[in-house]
Ligand binder design. Structure first.
Ligand code: AHM
Ligand code: MG
Length: 336
């Protein structure tokens, strides 16, 4: 194959768009806007280690100015990168209670952006990888400005989804329903360059990732599943490795590349998980399925769930296809 040289995210998006001659370019431009916001957030996240010099976030810095928390900063950056472009009808963010309208002075467009601007932000001070997660839906309401109806669509209708991981390097991973592509930010030129083409997740992994401190809160079937993974009775014939960062994007990203299962299950008492359907579970489920993996709430495909509220939580089991299906069988009591 001829050497293509470095493929920037812009070039990749333009090339993908050629498969859709009817496309207006709005969608490609929206992805590019997200990449731009990601670079701005990455720059700030990389400065987080300087907090002792510049001032702790949420407190005053040496100049006596209030330093904004990074998750609030990320939320604002995304909004400002999107509000005036005419590509969105509204947004919704894990950081805000209600849908975020496009200001009256700007035009609106045919897409909705749902996002978690900085997931895992409690890990920042320990220099642990954190991430931004996004989901794009098409507007379905009839008015000009978006409504909650546009936000509460099942994940199976997503047009695109992705995340940015601020790790030892910054990466953007996304799908628009034709495979999963990963780009690594080259900070010297300020461009995301294609580094992972058509990512596929191994069908069966060797890693499980969950907060096992919650073990006593889980129901018996789930506990049996975790015990099984730690035994040599499992499908691999030897114990799975336990890897849990406690930062969803980082845990998901590692399992996507190496294979494995991530679980944030329901507590037996509350029947509720911790993670949010619209901002976390749905986008990652779309990516997982596009990479040949699967995502479930334990009983049902995540992408089939009809959302009822903006901040709805869900149990999440996501990762290698065979592993997630097996977890479902344990939860249903069909396997011991
Ligand atoms: P956040 O949205 O408040 O940052 O919380 C989400 C994070 C995820 O990144 C991670 O998977 C999970 O919470 C970890 O929770 P726990 O500390 O209970 O294991
Ligand atoms: Mg979050």
């Amino acid at each position: 194959m001829a050497n293509q040289g470095a493929v920037t995210i812009e070039r990749h998006i333009i090339e993908q768009q050629q498969d859709f001659p009817e496309a207006t370019g709005d969608f490609s431009a929206l992805l590019y806007d997200i990449a731009f916001a990601a670079k701005m957030i990455s720059r700030e996240v990389n400065k987080a280690g300087l907090v002792d010099i510049l001032g702790l976030t949420g407190r005053e810095n040496v100049q006596g100015e209030q330093v904004q928390k990074l998750d609030e900063f990320a939320n604002e950056i995304i909004f400002k990168a999107m509000d005036h472009t005419g590509r969105l009808c509204c947004l919704a963010s894990e950081e805000e209670d209600d849908i975020i309208p496009i200001p009256k002075e700007f035009k609106t467009g045919k897409y909705v952006l749902l996002h978690d601007p900085l997931d895992g932000s409690s890990n920042i001070d320990a220099n642990v990888s954190i991430g931004t997660i996004f989901s794009i839906q098409r507007k379905i309401s009839s008015g000009e400005r978006g409504t909650i109806e546009d936000c509460l669509q099942p994940g199976s209708r997503q047009v695109a989804a992705g995340y940015i991981i601020y790790g030892s390097s910054t990466m953007l991973v996304y799908t628009a329903g034709k495979g999963v592509f990963g780009f690594t930010l080259d900070p010297s030129v300020g461009e995301f360059l294609l580094s992972h083409r058509d990512i596929k997740e191994p069908k069966r992994g060797k890693i499980y990732s969950c907060n096992e401190g919650n073990y006593n809160k889980w129901d018996d079937n789930l506990r049996r599943y975790i015990d099984y993974l730690k035994s040599d009775r499992n499908a691999n014939g030897k114990p799975y490795k336990s890897r849990y960062i406690g930062s969803l994007v980082a845990d998901f990203h590692r399992n996507l590349l190496y294979g494995g299962v991530f679980l944030y299950p329901a507590d037996a008492a509350s029947k509720n998980g911790k993670l949010r359907l619209l901002y976390e579970a749905n986008p990652l489920a779309f990516i997982a399925e596009q990479a040949g993996g699967y995502a479930s709430n334990g009983r049902e495909r995540i992408l089939d769930i009809q959302p009822e509220s903006l901040h709805q939580r869900t149990p999440l089991i996501i990762g290698s296809y065979e592993d997630v299906k097996e977890a479902e069988r344990f939860i249903a009591g069909e396997q011991e």
